[in-house]
Design a protein around this ligand. Structure first.
Ligand code: FMN
Length: 167
């Protein structure tokens, strides 16, 4: 069994990115579990990540960069002994936005952070969900089958790189 901790960087009730993460958890292949973390109680996260085989960041894009709330979570997690839990940890970044580039800028802005934390980012797949307003319902649930397929392929590829899941 491969376990992946998934964090959405949005606190919004009908968040596209939280919806994308819920769909990623549903799309996980047999033998892979994506546990959805809640970013509100930030200091509680260390234990979750320590136990996980991988980390899936589902990041909104704000002003062409990373959202402050998710960066704050990662910063909190990295304090003190926290650095050790990131070292060598497989990490993948995806995201959804109503714009044309589907969080491409934000995903690139995570690179120096992931390098500083000595993680093992997974580069073989990319998932930028653009024009996401048309692909999710009013509650932020993913409704588009094509995106669901792309997501399933991404999750299977990431989990497979960690060593889990049958795809
Ligand atoms: C302050 C602010 C800045 C934003 N900047 C961008 C941006 O640079 N690129 C983009 O694609 N979307 C941008 N957006 C739109 C977000 O992608 C959109 O609000 C999205 O729904 C946020 O993710 P969520 O639904 O998971 O909360 C911005 C939104 C806010 C509030």
């Amino acid at each position: 069994m491969t376990t992946i901790l998934g964090l959405s960087g949005s606190l919004r009730r009908a968040s596209l990115n939280s919806g994308l993460l819920r769909a990623a958890a549903e799309a996980a292949p047999e033998g892979v579990t994506i546990t959805i973390g809640d970013i509100a109680p930030v200091p509680l996260y260390d234990g979750d990540l320590e136990a996980a085989d991988g980390l899936l960041l589902v990041s909104p894009e704000y002003n062409n960069g990373v959202p402050g709330v998710l960066k704050n979570v990662i910063d909190w997690m990295s304090c003190g002994q926290g650095m050790a839990i990131f070292k060598g940890k497989p990490v993948a970044v995806i995201g959804a936005s109503p714009g044309n580039f589907g969080t491409a800028h934000a995903q690139s802005h995570w690179l120096p952070v992931l390098r500083m934390l000595a993680t093992r980012p997974w580069w073989e797949g990319r998932l930028m969900v653009s024009r996401a307003g048309d692909l999710f319902d009013d509650q932020g649930n993913l409704t588009d089958d094509k995106t669901r397929e792309r997501l399933a392929e991404f999750v299977a590829g990431f989990a497979g790189s960690i060593g889990g899941g049958r795809s």
